[in-house]
Every structure is written in C-alpha cells, then in structure tokens.
Design a protein around this ligand. Structure first.
Ligand SMILES: CC(C)(COP(=O)(O)OP(=O)(O)OC[C@H]1O[C@@H](n2cnc3c(N)ncnc32)[C@H](O)[C@@H]1OP(=O)(O)O)[C@@H](O)C(=O)NCCC(=O)NCCS
Length: 155
C-alpha cells in the first residue's frame, strides 16, 4: 500500500469513498475546496487504486497551540481492516513530527464505534465531549494524541 499527497485528479475516488462511508457525506465541491486551502493536507492510500483518504488542517487550538486537525478519514468498505487508515495516520504522524511536534486532533461521533476503536488503538485519548456537535444534533468526542518533535512515539 502506498500513501501519497492527493491531487485534484483524486477527487472522484475520494468523493466516492466519502459517499460509501457516511450517511451525510460531504459533497465533492466541499471536498474540492481543501485542495485550494494552503493549511490543508490531503493524503490518499492506493493499492494501486485509491482506497482511502485523510484530510487534515494545520490549525490553532483555543489555547493557541498548533494542532493537526483531522477533518475527514475514510476507507472504502471492501478494504477496511487491512491497515489503510493506519498507513494514512502514520504519514500524518511523520508530518506532525517534521513540523516540530503537534497534537493530532479528531472529533468522532459518540456512536461511531469503529472509528473510536481505531483511534483508541492508536493511542488517542478522549479530551472532551461536545454536545450537539453535528447538524443533526449528534454529540462528538474530541480525541487527541500528542506527537513529540523527532519521535515516532506519542508522549
Ligand atoms: C474507522 C476507519 C477509518 C478505520 O479504517 P481501517 O483501514 O479499517 O483501519 P485499520 O485497518 O488501519 O485498523 C487498525 C486498528 O484499528 C482498530 N479498528 C479499526 N476498525 C475497527 C472496527 N470496525 N472495530 C474495532 N476495531 C477497529 C483495530 O484495532 C485495528 O487493528 P486490527 O484490524 O489488527 O484489529 C474505517 O472503518 C472507516 O472508513 N469508517 C467509516 C468512516 C469513518 O467513520 N471515519 C472516521 C471519521 S472520524
């Protein structure tokens, strides 16, 4: 499996994976906007066709600490449990490390058991519960993992 930075040419498979993964998928034009955002990073995993993607942004937390905020992560259903999301997260971790150390942050639906298990498996911890986080009134858990500069290990 190869992980690389995505280009706009990858938008059709990214939008298709998004549609197959969420009951309220983001439309293609919304996803396309990330390619024009200089603070955003879009990664894909391919085998050789694209089977997974991750979108993250370099942002500031309320405490003015820089965080790599995962906005979207999905794997095409037929390729789940084969390490695609792990490969994408490993690349994001390397980038966080190269940026001089960052927190990696994600909001996960409280009832999204597989995503919660995935992030727990990778050492993320729940730091906050966010009531009515989603448009439909659903709650989210904010999960974070800190990546030290020059270290592969969470601290
Ligand atoms: C969550 C998701 C991204 C995981 O992707 P994946 O490529 O299947 O994950 P990996 O194969 O890298 O899994 C690594 C580990 O995470 C945990 N994990 C992943 N999916 C899991 C599941 N459904 N149930 C329990 N644990 C799970 C396991 O510990 C797994 O290791 P194992 O397979 O050796 O047991 C994928 O299920 C998905 O696309 N879901 C729909 C979209 C979504 O919810 N995205 C997250 C939004 S925050």
């Amino acid at each position: 499996m190869r992980v690389r930075r995505a280009t706009l040419a990858d938008l059709p498979p990214i939008a298709a994976i998004e549609k197959a993964s969420f009951p309220d998928p983001w439309p293609a034009d919304f996803l396309a906007a990330y390619f024009d955002d200089r603070h955003a990073l879009v990664l894909v995993a391919e085998v050789p066709c694209v089977v997974a993607f991750l979108i993250a942004r370099d942002e500031f937390s309320r405490q003015r600490e820089r965080v790599l905020h995962i906005h979207d992560l999905a794997v095409t259903p037929a390729h789940r449990r084969r390490g695609a999301a792990t490969a994408l997260l490993a690349e994001l971790t390397a980038i966080a490390q190269a940026l001089g150390g960052r927190r990696i942050r994600i909001e996960v639906r409280v009832d999204n058991e597989s995503a919660r298990r995935f992030y727990e498996h990778h050492g993320f911890q729940v730091v906050r519960r966010l009531a009515r986080y989603y448009d439909d009134g659903g709650a989210a858990l904010r999960m974070e993992r800190r990546i030290a500069a020059g270290s592969w290990l969470p601290v």
